[in-house]
Design a protein around this ligand. Structure first.
Ligand code: MG
Ligand code: MG
Length: 250
């Protein structure tokens, strides 16, 4: 069931989104060679809790961190660890959720650790831009397939692939609500978009093939071929005036 939000509820979601954005920004600023992903997680948790919010991911289905931190060929759901020390040239996907006032923000960004290769930079730029191409399609009267097909086309034209097994989703009082928002699809197909829908749009883009594998830890999703992967996400609201990004920084 898709839960459409009132304008008041969308304001509450924006409040959660700003805290999510601040936490993501602060955590990303700390990305540098020598830092562990557990240290990054601690920063994330601190920013969220000092804002009076709750880290949504902490304890979610038993997840042990406040952020998912996925390095290089890790796609999503990387577990923060004192044993994972960042190196120059790594790409670091950080996914953050914060809950306040009964609503969640959900946002992700892939950061560069020091100088990264030209290939890695191109992957990050394309994945980030594919998110904005998808968001631009999230308007009243369009359909879910218009978002996914736009992202897919943008990514595949550049020789990359989109992950199929994980998708974007509705977001609100629950972190994951209906509908599912795939990063692939057919234009004009799927649920029709209407004002009050709030969606997390989140392309996961592999430099190589689309296939993934999950580590024995039950969480970490990796590319099967070992290629790099990037992940960018915003929570957005569909309004009569078009999409509004709830997890933009201020
Ligand atoms: Mg997320
Ligand atoms: Mg999400």
């Amino acid at each position: 069931m898709i839960i459409q939000k009132s304008s008041r509820e969308i304001m509450l979601m924006r409040a959660a989104g700003i805290i999510t954005a601040r936490a993501l920004h602060a955590t990303g600023k700390a990305v540098e060679p020598g830092v562990t992903t557990l240290e990054l997680d601690t920063i994330c948790r601190k920013v969220i809790e000092e804002a009076g919010a709750t880290p949504t991911f902490l304890g979610y289905n038993g997840f042990p961190g406040s952020a998912c931190i996925s390095v290089n060929d890790q796609v999503i759901h990387g577990i923060p660890s004192k044993d994972v020390k960042l190196k120059e040239g790594d790409i670091v996907s950080i996914d953050v959720g914060a809950c306040i006032g009964g609503f969640n923000g959900d946002s992700a960004y892939t950061f560069a650790c020091g100088d990264i290769s030209k290939e890695a930079r191109a992957l990050l730029d394309a994945t980030e831009q594919s998110l904005y191409e998808g968001i631009a399609m999230a308007k009243t009267g369009n359909r879910i397939g218009d978002i996914g097909s736009t992202i897919q086309k943008y990514v595949e034209m550049r020789g990359y692939s989109v992950v199929r097994e994980f998708t974007g989703h509705g977001v609100g009082a629950d972190l994951h609500e209906d509908p599912s928002v795939p990063n692939y699809g057919t234009p004009g197909r799927g649920v029709r978009l209407a004002p009050g829908m709030t969606l997390a749009i989140e392309p996961m883009v592999n430099a190589g093939g689309k296939a993934i594998k999950i580590l024995p830890d039950g969480w970490t999703v990796m590319t099967q071929d070992g290629s790099l992967s990037a992940h960018f996400e915003h929570s957005i609201a569909i309004t009569a005036d078009g999409p509004v990004i709830l997890t933009a920084l201020e």
